[in-house]
Design a protein around this ligand. Structure first.
Ligand code: FAD
Length: 305
C-alpha cells in the first residue's frame, strides 16, 4: 500500500516541487545520487574507484517524449564518456542506459541509433554499456535492441528482472559466451499475469535465474542488496569456480556501502550503480518505494532545519 502511494507520488509534479524546494533535500538526494553535473559524478567515481570499487553510471532521464530530448540524453552520455576517458576512469567505469530516455516509447529506431552512438563512444573510451530494463511492456523491444547492438558491440550488457515469469527462459537465452547479464529483482509495479507478486516467489526465481547464469558461459552481474541472495551468490561462485573476473556483484550507490566494501575486501568485483543528473526525482522515489523505512530518514531531512 505504502509502496503504491510512493510510486504514485513519483509521477506527481506537485510532490516533485515540494521535495525539490524542501530545506535540506540536497543532503538526502546526495545519499543516493552523485550530483547534477559531470564534474560531480567524476568526483564520486574517483573516490569509489580509489576504494577498490567499479562503477556503472546512469545519466538520469526517463520518459523522453520527443526526439530533441533523446538526442540531448545521447549527447549527455557522449560527453560523460569523453570525460571518463580523459580522467583515466575507464574501464573501471562503464555506463547504464535506459532506452526510454533515448525515445524507445515513440521511436524504437531512434533509441537504437542513439544507443549505438553511445556504444561506439564507450568502445572508443575503452569501456562498455549496459541497457537497463524498464517495465514489462518494453522487455521485448529492449532485448531486440540489445541483440542488434551486440552484433557490433558484443560486450553490451542486458538487465533481466527475476520478478518476471519469463526471465528464467531469457536467462537461458543469454547465458552464452561473451554475454553480460545483470540480474535484479525488478523495480516496477507489474501485474500478476506477467510477474511473481510475493517476495518469496521473487527470491526463488532470483535463485533459479542465478543458477542458470552462474552455471552458463556468460558474465553474470548479481545486482542485489539482499543478504541471503548475496550469500547464495558467494556460494555459487565457489561451486562454479568463478573468480573475480568471471562475475560481479552490483549494488546501488548509497545502499549498504559497508557490504560493498566487505565483498570487495574479500576479492570480489563489486560495481556500484551511480546515478547523476538534474532529473533525479523519479529515481529517488523508486528507491524510497523499495524500502519505506527510508521514508523516515527522508521525512526527517525534509522537516529539519
Ligand atoms: P530487497 O529485498 O529489496 O532488499 C534487500 C535488502 O537490501 C533490504 O532488506 C535492505 O537491507 C537493503 N535495501 C534494498 N533496497 C534498499 C533501499 N532502497 N534503501 C536502503 N536499503 C535497501 N530494477 C529494474 O527494474 N531495472 C533495472 O535495470 C535495475 N537495475 C539495477 C541495477 C543495480 C546495480 C541494482 C542493485 C538494482 C537495479 N534495479 C533495477 C533495482 C532492483 O530491481 C531492485 O528494485 C532493488 O535492487 C532492490 O532489490 P534487492 O535485490 O536489493 O532486494
Amino acid at each position: 500500500m505504502l509502496r503504491s502511494v510512493i510510486l504514485a507520488a513519483s509521477r506527481s509534479s506537485r510532490v516533485e516541487r515540494l521535495v525539490e524546494t524542501a530545506p535540506y533535500t540536497r543532503d538526502v538526494v546526495r545519499r543516493f545520487v552523485a550530483g547534477t553535473s559531470t564534474a560531480d559524478v567524476l568526483g564520486v567515481t574517483r573516490k569509489l574507484v580509489a576504494g577498490g570499487l567499479a562503477v556503472t553510471i546512469d545519466f538520469l532521464g526517463e520518459d523522453t517524449v520527443n526526439p530533441d530530448q533523446a538526442i540531448a540524453t545521447r549527447d549527455g552520455y557522449l560527453a560523460l564518456l569523453a570525460a571518463l576517458a580523459e580522467a583515466g576512469q575507464t574501464p573501471a567505469a562503464e555506463v547504464s542506459v535506459k532506452l526510454s530516455a533515448l525515445g524507445q516509447k515513440f521511436d524504437e529506431e531512434l533509441a537504437y541509433e542513439c544507443a549505438r552512438a553511445i556504444c561506439a563512444a564507450a568502445a572508443e573510451a575503452g569501456t562498455t554499456v549496459t541497457l537497463d530494463m524498464e517495465d514489462h511492456t518494453t522487455t521485448d523491444s529492449t532485448l531486440d535492441v540489445l541483440a542488434k547492438l551486440r552484433d557490433e558491440y558484443p560486450s553490451t550488457g542486458a538487465v533481466l528482472q527475476a520478478y518476471l515469469r519469463r526471465t528464467e527462459s531469457d536467462c537461458r537465452e543469454l547465458a552464452t559466451a561473451g554475454s553480460r547479464v545483470r540480474l535484479c529483482k525488478g523495480a516496477y509495479r507489474e501485474p500478476e499475469s506477467v510477474a511473481y507478486q510475493s517476495a518469496q516467489d521473487v527470491n526463488k526465481s532470483y535463485v533459479r535465474c542465478m543458477n542458470i547464469l552462474m552455471s552458463g558461459s556468460g558474465y553474470p552481474m548479481l545486482a542485489t542488496h539482499d543478504p541471503r541472495l548475496i550469500a547464495i551468490g558467494e556460494d555459487r561462485a565457489r561451486w562454479f569456480d568463478r573468480g573475480a573476473d568471471e562475475f560481479e556483484f552490483q549494488m546501488l550507490y548509497g545502499i549498504r556501502p559497508e557490504e560493498q566494501a566487505r565483498l570487495s575486501a574479500e576479492g570480489h568485483t563489486v560495481r556500484v550503480y551511480l546515478p547523476y543528473g538534474t532529473d533525479w526525482y523519479g529515481y529517488l522515489m523508486r528507491r524510497l518505494a523499495e524500502r519505506p523505512a527510508n521514508l523516515m530518514f527522508f521525512a526527517r531531512a525534509l522537516t529539519s532545519k
